[in-house]
Design a protein around this ligand. Structure first.
Ligand SMILES: [Mn+2]
Length: 411
């Protein structure tokens, strides 16, 4: 990590602003209880700072453009309890932002500058009525009230074009997150057995992450045996892995804020049963065909349409449906999403692919009445000539999975 990278990102954002336009980004607050602090991803993208509570402003004033950072002030009596907070000099050194103020100066300074602004791009919070507003939401609401001449818009217009095209350093982080996730998946495939709890499988991957220096998940892991694999967002992971089931792992470690997102489905027995294998092969064929289509200019919608076509044909053959229109009963999501700082990263689900995008390709077939769910997911980089599968080394061929399981059960 170097500050030039963050300076460069902010320069790009500032160049996309017209005079009188500003970007206002709030860092996440320090969470309570047992939760770790995870930084707000846009704030992290533009500053690299894992500082809770901080605020970033990037503004085009007409003749000049500038970035301001607001951070917590050290309270001498609190240092013995909480440790020292980051000093201004250090924040400048790490982020390259020269203008650093304390948070208790935010209201005064923003009030002074707000009159010369027209548009503010900031978070669009959706907080249900009855729930308390966050501090950031309160400030945005006050800005709207006190400066009615300001118009507000979401961060997407400024942030999405930048974040959806990954830089080499970002790809390195993603590759690391993918590789450690793959190692953990291998640990699970090598060591899981009938009768274990799903969370015991989870712990094998988590152990692999922690002992290699990866402290955070990119998202809550899904470890689903048998019927649980047919619940798309199953994350209780608290059931026993029964005999002869398929186990679905939808998991991803995070590296410096960048998420992997991998799904593998494997038999807990030595071999797939015939029906399991037929369903598995249909999903794998779909996935490989869709991955093969990936290149700049292809739309995510086209990828999904191809997936639907192949999966529908398979469902007819598998006698799951008799009418093509009914495919949604067994494939109810879409083919994938952009991946990056967020697991569901910026970039629309109907976007047209360009060089530097990273997307997931994750078809599935879910049959609750047979307690059988299969999804296979890889992380794919769009390159000038086509694509590169960043998770190619994580086994998914039926033969390879059966060999792994046979070796695991022979131990
Ligand atoms: Mn995914």
């Amino acid at each position: 990590m170097n500050k030039e990278m963050y300076v460069n990102r902010r320069d790009k954002a500032l160049k996309s602003l017209e005079p009188g336009q500003a970007v206002l980004i709030f860092a996440n607050p320090q969470p309570g209880g047992i939760y770790h602090f995870i930084q707000e991803k846009n704030f992290l993208y533009f500053t690299g700072l894992n500082l809770p509570n901080a605020i970033l402003i990037m503004a085009n004033w007409g003749k000049t453009s500038s970035s301001f950072l607001f951070i917590d002030r050290n309270i001498p009596e609190m240092i013995v309890w909480e440790g020292e907070k980051m000093h201004k000099e250090e924040a400048t050194e790490l982020s390259g932002i020269e203008s650093v103020f304390y948070l208790d100066e935010f209201e005064r300074i923003i009030s002074g500058y707000a009159v010369s602004l027209k548009t503010v791009y900031t978070h669009s919070f959706q907080i249900a009525l009855g729930n308390p507003l966050t501090r950031a939401a309160m400030w945005i609401q006050q800005l709207r009230t006190h400066f009615p001449h300001l118009s507000f818009d979401g961060l997407g217009k400024v942030v999405t074009p930048l974040r959806s095209v990954k830089e080499p350093w970002e790809l390195e982080q993603m590759q690391k997150a993918i590789d450690i996730t793959g190692q953990g998946i291998r640990k699970i495939m090598d060591n899981s057995q009938v009768g274990m709890m799903e969370y015991a499988l989870e712990s094998m991957l988590y152990h692999e992450m922690l002992s290699n220096g990866y402290r955070h998940w990119g998202f809550r892991p899904i470890i689903a045996g048998g019927h649980n694999a047919t619940t798309l967002h199953y994350e209780d992971n608290d059931c026993v892995v029964e005999k002869d089931v398929l186990v679905l792992l939808d998991v991803g470690a995070s590296c410096n804020g960048y998420s992997a997102d991998i799904t593998r489905t494997y038999p807990i027995a030595k071999k797939f049963k015939k029906r399991q294998l037929d369903v598995y092969k249909a999903v794998l064929e779909t996935q490989e065909t869709v991955i093969g289509m990936i290149k700049p200019g292809v739309s995510m919608t086209e990828l999904n349409e191809t997936a639907v076509k192949i999966l529908t044909k398979a469902m007819l053959k598998l006698k799951l449906i008799t009418d093509e229109k009914d495919f949604r009963r067994y494939y109810m999501h879409s083919i994938g999403h952009h991946l990056g700082l967020d697991t569901h990263d910026v970039g629309a689900r109907d976007s047209v692919l360009e060089v530097g995008n990273v997307i997931t390709v994750e078809p599935g077939i879910y049959i609750p009445e047979e307690s059988l769910g299969v999804r296979i997911e890889d992380d794919i980089l769009v390159t000038e000539t086509g694509y590169r599968n960043l998770s190619i080394n994580i086994p998914k061929a039926p033969k390879a999975l059966e060999e792994i399981r046979a070796a695991a059960l022979a131990k």
